[in-house]
Ligand binder design. Structure first.
Ligand code: ZN
Length: 50
């Protein structure tokens, strides 16, 4: 499960694979970048930060 690092929305999805890797975009706040938060579904209460 991926989450936006800015607004923590789950509405984030990959848009393109470029030279630097995958780019993600957040539907909610418009964030775009390669950095996203990754969650394990079973540990939904825990936040893991990069
Ligand atoms: Zn966002």
């Amino acid at each position: 499960m991926l989450r936006c690092p800015k607004c923590r929305s789950k509405e984030i999805y990959p848009v393109a694979g470029g030279y630097a890797g995958w780019l993600y975009r957040c539907k909610k706040c418009g964030y775009q970048g390669a950095l996203v938060l990754e969650y394990d579904e079973k540990e939904s209460g825990d936040e893991r930060r990069w």
